[in-house]
Design a protein around this ligand. Sequence first.
Ligand code: HEC
Ligand code: HEC
Ligand code: HEC
Ligand code: HEC
Ligand code: HEC
Length: 129
Amino acid sequence: MPRPKDAALVTAMLKNVKHDLCTDCHKDPHRNELGEKCKTCHTLQGWKGKDVKFDHDKDSKYKLEGKHKDVKCAKCHKPKSENAALATALFKNLKYKLCTDCHKDPHKNKLGSACEYCHNLQGWEKKTK
Ligand code: HEC
Ligand code: HEC
Ligand code: HEC
Ligand code: HEC
Ligand code: HEC
């Protein structure tokens, strides 16, 4: 029987081998915000751009529709500074229920907060309803 101290060490080692966590060797730039299952979004091909497998419509609470499909990730997920990596941006706990969570109201609230009544995601000039 190994002494308790050694047993804990062996268990820790086996645990690492068994789980094969990416974080055993790679730092998590997301401050643990996106969980430990790095493989949901990452492969061994590379960490950025087209190598990210993440499907916004399926894997997040927010679908990218209309003009939002062409918006750069960093416009909604603002990294700490302009030149900081996208990986350091905020990906959870964004406000998004209202258009005004992200857009200024040029009508100065004279037309109410239900922007969808007159606008859609195809452009501000179009009115469908
Ligand atoms: C046993 C340690 C270890 C584990 C576990 C590990 N990696 Fe790596 N990985 C490395 C090393 C070492 C490199 C080469 C050095 C580097 O680029 O950081 C590397 C390189 C990479 C690269 C290429 C980096 C680049 O800039 O091109 C990617 C992507 C990557 N690993 C993803 C992953 C993912 C995803 C996981 C989990 C499924 C993972 N790795 C698990 C050690 C590991
Ligand atoms: C829900 C999806 C998601 C998960 C889960 C996730 N990532 Fe990422 N990761 C991203 C996105 C999006 C980027 C930004 C890609 C870009 O810059 O094009 C990124 C970027 C990165 C980068 C590149 C950083 C840089 O700019 O050099 C690394 C390294 C990385 N992630 C590691 C991890 C590790 C380690 C884990 C698990 C602990 C993890 N990621 C989990 C989505 C995810
Ligand atoms: C029009 C705004 C907008 C754009 C553009 C956008 N996102 Fe998002 N994204 C959101 C919102 C809103 C959420 C939901 C945040 C929450 O759950 O609190 C989200 C969630 C996420 C998440 C978290 C998923 C999870 O695990 O819950 C990741 C990762 C992400 N987006 C990556 C990206 C990447 C990569 C791009 C560019 C290809 C991008 N986003 C473009 C608004 C946007
Ligand atoms: C999570 C943030 C977020 C929410 C919520 C959101 N948008 Fe956006 N939207 C953006 C960003 C960022 C852009 C890009 C604006 C830019 O490039 O300056 C954009 C662009 C647009 C555009 C393209 C025209 C333009 O200004 O570039 C339209 C139209 C639009 N949004 C409509 C809406 C409507 C309507 C709603 C409510 C149903 C809404 N958005 C909700 C973040 C958001
Ligand atoms: C009662 C209808 C109505 C409502 C509600 C409404 N708008 Fe508008 N909005 C308009 C009209 C009409 C225009 C002018 C369209 C044009 O120029 O073709 C406009 C234009 C805009 C423009 C473009 C202005 C510019 O300076 O280019 C933006 C952005 C906009 N609205 C945002 C919003 C937001 C955000 C809300 C919700 C807080 C909202 N609107 C609610 C009718 C409405």
